[in-house]
Design a protein around this ligand. Structure first.
Ligand code: C2O
Length: 359
């Protein structure tokens, strides 16, 4: 209790404190979406056709805890029926008009918006960026959650679950076969990395053009597998002992600007993006560049594995307790096209979100 402050002054002091707290909590300024520049001389427009700020929004509610869990399994172990179902759901999503926020192109562009700075951070002129910081895991978890709910709604199945590209497991170290066909195929991928080529978790995108850098492209598949497993150990265990190391730097407002990806984001996240995208495109689009990555359906299986590994790491490590992190919020459209405001604190526990990982 500070002496000398009259009762009347306490609320304003308190309000001031609340405003200061709110300024630390980062969220996008959705009133103004603008063109973005993923690299010099190139602009992209990924903004929604009508401003999201003109839509009413609702606050996120956890799914009914008595509803069946959505069980996400590895892509390479799915049954023919499950593959067919997924193909159908994505085909339906692709057929929705651009007007519909649930359409595949709008979903892809949502990722583009948040990774190229098409929105600014609120109270700031700085572009919003959900990579290279503690935003990385929770933002993508939100994105996958709504993606899953929408796909389930389109095929009328509320137990529908995503699956993961299990590249950290010797049995999953190739592009899953199901992604080589139908609505899941994408030709903007590196053809020399098609199955049975083993994924290179430490892929260096500059090495193919710069012969002085080590390029493990021709490594024996068995050797490659061992190198992949060793990399997993450093990125998930030995190099990731604290939330700062694993989650990335603190992105707080209003000068929200930090550049420090966590171990997992650096590799295998970034490296698998680069390895998958086509080497004949400037930025190895689609997967190799943020603005185009989510145009490839494989993006979602890649990120579901990242999401699973975050959950594995959480088993033995604490969450970030900073309220600036916990209260950071974003907006997503749900399966009924409603705009939903959701906070990072809502997505820490996957059981509450209604899903689980299994083999
Ligand atoms: Cu938002 Cu894998 O990138």
């Amino acid at each position: 209790m500070i002496m000398g402050i009259s009762m009347g002054e306490i609320p304003s002091e308190h309000q001031h404190h609340e405003v200061e707290k709110d300024r630390l909590v980062v969220s996008p300024n959705i009133t103004a979406c603008h063109l973005s520049i993923p690299y010099t001389g190139y602009t992209v427009s990924c903004c929604p056709p009508r401003s999201e700020s003109q839509e009413p929004f609702i606050d996120f509610q956890f799914p009914d805890p008595s509803a069946p869990l959505r069980v996400r399994r590895p892509a390479h172990l799915l049954t023919e029926d499950e593959i067919e179902k997924y193909n159908k759901a994505v085909a339906m999503m692709r057929s929705l008009p651009y007007d519909d926020p649930r359409s595949f192109s709008r979903m892809s562009n949502l990722h583009c918006i948040y990774c190229t700075g098409a929105y600014n951070v609120k109270y700031s002129h700085l572009p919003m960026q959900i990579h290279k910081s503690w935003m990385f895991f929770p933002w993508h978890r939100m994105y996958l959650h709504f993606f899953e709910r929408i796909l389930g709604e389109l095929i009328g199945d509320d137990t529908f679950a995503l699956h993961f590209w299990n590249w950290d497991n010797p049995a999953g170290m190739v592009i899953p076969e199901m992604y080589m066909h139908g609505s899941l195929m994408n030709y903007q991928r590196e053809a020399s990395h098609f199955p049975p080529k083993k994924v290179e978790l430490s892929f260096n995108r500059d090495a193919e053009i710069d012969p002085t850098k080590e390029w493990g492209g021709e490594t024996d598949p068995d050797e490659r597998m061992k190198m992949n497993m060793a990399l997993m150990y450093t990125q998930l265990v030995s190099g990731a002992r604290t939330p700062e190391l694993f989650m990335g730097c603190s992105y707080k407002g209003p000068d929200a600007d930090c550049y420090g990806p966590g171990t997992m984001e650096n590799a295998p996240h970034d490296t698998v993006h680069g390895w998958t995208g086509s080497g004949s495109n400037v930025l190895r689009e689609d997967m190799g560049a943020f603005y185009s990555a989510a145009r490839d359906p494989l993006f979602f299986a890649h990120h579901t594995n990242i999401d699973r590994l975050w959950d594995v790491w959480r088993l033995s490590h604490p969450d970030i307790a900073d309220s600036a992190f916990l209260d950071t919020y974003f907006f997503f459209h749900d399966e009924k096209k409603r705009l939903v405001r959701i906070k990072f604190r809502d997505v820490l526990n996957i059981t509450k979100l209604g899903y689980a990982y299994n083999f």
